[in-house]
Design a binder for this molecule. Structure first.
Ligand SMILES: NC(=O)c1ccc[n+]([C@@H]2O[C@H](COP(=O)([O-])OP(=O)(O)OC[C@H]3O[C@@H](n4cnc5c(N)ncnc54)[C@H](OP(=O)(O)O)[C@@H]3O)[C@@H](O)[C@H]2O)c1
Length: 288
């Protein structure tokens, strides 16, 4: 059954990787293509989305903004300021205030509000951190809403992000640094682990293709098992596959003695610190 949100007018500024993934998720989860649009100077990208999804597109960022319920800022952080300055006169004269949703990494709601020439206490603005598995409908997004976001706008935002994965709200904008370090950067940590499994499989005598398939399916299967057993402690799931004196117990013992969890925590702290630095809220990290 169609939800009350799925005929809402949503416009994307930018038509690249993330905007495309979000638009594909929206159409496949039932949002009406006739209510969706995007704008970008990249003609080949907008044409691909128009042909594939039946949405509308323009090279003019302002063409489809009238009567919009949500405007998604889907451009790179370095051009967000100029795009916001282009939108500011429209927002100043709009009859009703659409929610503005930013997917730009590291750009604060304070900066976006000031570029849009809006009072940060009055602008309904969501800052989000999606991740690349959005491209296969399995994204994990952290969301922060400013005080002016109304409950129906929050529900629309939730539905937009759930169209391509899971979405969780954080109460404090500064928590998005931790979201960035976990789910934003996390796919690359998991790729590193999959690569480690696959390479080690080869060194133990498997064909590269066989080893990679087993590594990929093992990580995907374990994550799925963890998700469907959400009420159970992860350590409990681990014990279930570790019979005393068995093979798994030996392997896990090595991972624990090499302090894998402490290594993961250090990786996340480094990613969090870089996120703080990029936002101008922390010192530069030594590159070594
Ligand atoms: N990809 C990720 O994994 C990921 C994850 C989390 C958050 N994000 C955030 O998502 C945002 C988009 O990233 P992306 O990977 O999707 O980038 P992308 O593929 O480069 O897409 C950006 C799009 O914006 C277009 N554009 C450039 N200038 C524009 C303008 N003035 N008005 C309208 N559109 C304009 C670009 O066109 P041209 O190609 O012609 O420049 C391109 O179509 C970034 O802010 C990033 O921080 C990305």
């Amino acid at each position: 059954m169609m939800s009350t949100q799925q005929d809402k007018r949503i416009h994307f500024i930018g038509a690249g990787n993330m905007a495309g993934a979000m638009l594909r998720g929206l159409v496949s989860s039932g949002f009406k293509p006739g209510s969706l649009s995007c704008s970008s100077p990249a003609e080949a990208e907008t044409k691909r989305l128009v042909d594939e999804l039946g949405i509308s597109a323009s090279a003019d960022n302002l063409e489809y903004l009238r009567d919009c319920d949500a405007i998604v800022l889907g451009v790179k952080p370095q051009i967000l300021q100029s795009v916001c300055q282009e939108l500011a006169p429209f927002l100043a004269s709009a009859d009703r205030q659409p929610i503005v949703i930013s997917i730009a990494a590291g750009t604060t709601t304070q900066s976006i509000s000031s570029w849009l020439k809006q009072d940060p206490d009055l602008l309904p603005l969501v800052r989000s951190m999606p991740n690349t598995p959005a491209q296969v409908g399995m994204g994990a997004s952290g969301l922060f809403a400013t005080a002016a976001v109304k409950p129906d706008q929050k529900a629309l935002t939730q539905e937009i992000f759930e169209a391509f994965g899971i979405a969780v709200w954080v109460e404090d904008e500064s928590q998005l640094h931790a979201v960035t370090a976990l789910s934003g950067s996390g796919p690359a940590y998991v790729f590193e682990f999959i690569k480690g499994l696959a390479d080690a499989g080869v060194s133990l005598g498997l064909q590269p293709d066989v080893s990679r398939q087993l590594a990929e399916a093992t990580v995907a299967g374990a994550a799925k098992l963890c998700a469907v057993s959400h009420d159970e402690e992860i350590a409990g799931l681990q014990r279930k596959v570790m019979s005393p004196g068995g093979t798994t117990e030996q392997g896990v013992r090595v991972l624990q003695s090499e302090e894998l969890t402490a290594t993961v925590r250090r990786a996340m702290e480094a990613a969090r610190d870089q996120s703080l630095y990029l936002a101008g809220e922390g010192p530069a990290l030594a590159k070594n």
